[in-house]
Design a protein around this ligand. Sequence first.
Ligand SMILES: Cc1ncc(COP(=O)(O)O)c(C=O)c1O
Length: 411
Amino acid sequence: MTRINATHSDETDTLRHFRERFDLPDGVIYLDGNSLGALPKTVKARVAYTISEEWGNQLIRSWNTAGWVHLPQKVGGRIGRLIGAQEGTVVSADSTSINLFKVLSAALGLNPGRSKIVSERENFPTDLYIAEGVARQIGQGHRLVLADKPADIPAMLSDDVAVLMLTHVNYRTGYRHDMAAITQAAHDKGILVIWDLAHSAGAMAIDLTGADADFAIGCGYKYLNGGPGAPAFLYVNPRHHGGFRQPLSGWFGHRAPFAFESSYAPSNSIDQYLCGTPSVLGMVAMDEALALWDDVDMDALRAKSVALCDFFIQEVDGFAGEFGLTLVTPRNPDQRGSQVSYSCDNGYAIMQALIARGVIGDFRAPDIIRFGFTPLYLSFAEVSEAVAILRDILSTRAWDAPKYKVREAVT
Ligand SMILES: Cc1ncc(COP(=O)(O)O)c(C=O)c1O
């Protein structure tokens, strides 16, 4: 691999002007946009306007005049363009966990007579917990079966599997599945596929339509920069619209919510996957945060993401062995997302020491230090500086202080 030079890469970076569109504190190198995206500057004014004018002055009229009622579809449409979804196939609503409950329930209903849900032991826990809960609730012998590693999945796609449920990019290792190939292999066996895009939406272009995915879900607060607890999203392939009722049959999923009928009649569109009143302030922040994506060249975004990760790995390679850092993210860019993770002893303390020096990443138990690379607001010079600080912390054992070993609730 050709060595990457930070100065040259920054000078030729076509995305560097996006940095000005984010509020980032001085003295911070932010390598955690894969967990909570940074604040796009225009979000502050938009939310303030919504609070003071739309809520404060227009009051309930804003459901119509400010279009609050259509925000789930509007925001969904903006996200849909980033994930290769057709118009009318994505809505923004609820949390990723709740959306998984909805689409997994729908998928199992569409594939009766099959009892297995296949996923990975290394999948994000909420996905596994929701699947366990759905299986228990159906109570017809449904069960979750877990692959120990990605290579085991193809052999597990048997005729009794109803749903394959995978996270596109693994939250801990950064490993990325081949979405199109796996979806095809599952469909060949009559299995429906749900993709969790939490760590890939906004990190790279995704082609749900090209892959013919059945369902997808994902978070708004990571690479999409929608803010803490931002509304999530879900995608349903048009061939499944109206095919099965998702169980959270709230009035926003009714075909005519304001007819106030006493019995539920589901919408035949993606709207059926809505449940209740949208969280307007969160939706407005999300809508505004997504506006800047209209100007983003997704090929340039991916190229820079690959280069930032390659550069970080290249620089850390120089001392990883000496300090017991093992790269757990694939070196091959085709097999990874936009993060780089290492396993190591004392990872929690090392990360706390980094954060104290202004390099913000995070720690995932039991032993992973995780660094996210968001091409819209990160420079190669910052990555270079972060690596120098990491090296300094390791060589001076600065992490070996009691204050860095006290576990906070969120790691
Ligand atoms: C892959 C994945 N799925 C789901 C979630 C979380 O979902 P929720 O927003 O419902 O907490 C996360 C959170 O980090 C995640 O990484």
